[in-house]
Design a protein around this ligand. Structure first.
Ligand code: PAF
Length: 304
């Protein structure tokens, strides 16, 4: 029996299927495609929390089959970032995905994702402007690595739709841009941020927070909501709102990297007539960098 047949046999039950490479992935997904089933992809780097499981749930509601990928992607980490120490919790992730009703867990290694090795890998370049501001400023090259790996996942899994959280709002826009620009025809579905009771946006890196810091970290979201209210109610003095919000966050004990009011569709600087905005922030809470954002629609600005 070939390795592929053996893999097929093991994967005929209703339990969550697993694939580690292209052959194993094709063995499962080709029959799905032949049956005309829609596939939703939930790309992750593992260390899953309730926010990821909400993405799986959203995927289940929108497609007949759900593939979750777990791959800690080296090309999106900068020098000195936490690639080596990024939590790898495959057993717990796998159990959580199985209970959430994921159909297939795809856990490729570097050899599957970058067959010529990292030095000889073809890399995509995210567009300046969208990808070089905000997170792109403090993490140069980060979004190049993100779209490089997401495009490869799209090519391997060939989903009809892919689900991404709004927590990483800039990532969502960059991925949408890449998907449209390269003509994938994949529907990018944004899902609202899942939050802890304190308001803190769920993130795998929250585990780096000490207990007390974790509680106070929720104040970032409270501040963003307050500032968003001022904007909703008509203030277009964006610079003042950014400055005052940053100063309140500093007083709460955060070290502010940025607080920025941007156009929701492309993160450009908004004019007084822009209606759909996004308020985004990055702060340090102790050693941990937190990012968060809220969307808002300005009252009294027509969308015509
Ligand atoms: O958001 C993430 O977890 C990662 O950036 C992604 C989209 C899985 C690409 O590695």
């Amino acid at each position: 029996m070939s390795a592929k047949d053996d893999f097929r046999r093991k994967n005929t039950s209703t339990e969550m299927l697993r694939a580690e490479n292209r052959d194993q992935l094709d063995a499962v997904t080709l029959p799905w495609r032949q049956e005309g089933l829609d596939i939703a992809l939930v790309p992750t780097m593992g260390n899953l929390h309730a926010g990821h499981l909400a993405l799986v749930e959203a995927a289940k509601q929108r497609a007949e089959r759900v593939v979750t990928s777990i791959f800690v992607n080296p090309t999106q980490f900068g020098p000195g970032e936490d690639y080596k120490s990024y939590p790898r919790t495959l057993d717990a992730d796998s159990a959580a995905l199985e209970s959430a009703g994921c159909d297939l867990l795809f856990t490729p290694g570097n050899g599957t994702m970058y067959p010529y090795g990292l030095d000889r890998a073809i890399r995509l370049g995210a567009p300046a402007g969208l990808a070089t501001v905000l997170e792109g400023e403090s993490r140069p090259g980060h979004f190049d690595g993100v779209i490089t790996v997401v495009a490869r996942l799209f090519n391997l899994v060939r989903p009809q739709l892919a689900i991404f959280g709004e927590k990483d709002y800039q990532q969502l826009l960059v991925i949408k841009h890449m998907t449209d620009d390269l003509g994938y025809g994949i529907n990018i579905v944004p899902i609202a941020t899942e939050r802890e009771q304190s308001g803190l946006a769920m993130s795998s890196r929250n585990n780096y927070l000490e207990k007390t810091a974790r509680k106070s970290a929720g104040r970032l979201y409270a501040e963003l909501k307050d500032a968003a209210k001022l904007l909703e109610n008509g203030s277009s003095d964006y610079l003042r709102i950014e400055k005052e919000s940053a100063s309140r966050l500093e007083k709460m004990g955060f070290q502010v990297d940025y607080v920025a009011v941007r156009r929701a569709e492309d993160l450009g600087l908004p004019g007084p007539g822009d209606r759909e905005l996004r308020l985004l922030a990055a702060v340090r809470c102790g050693q941990t960098r937190l990012i968060d954002n809220v969307g808002l629609i300005r009252v009294g600005i027509s969308d015509l």
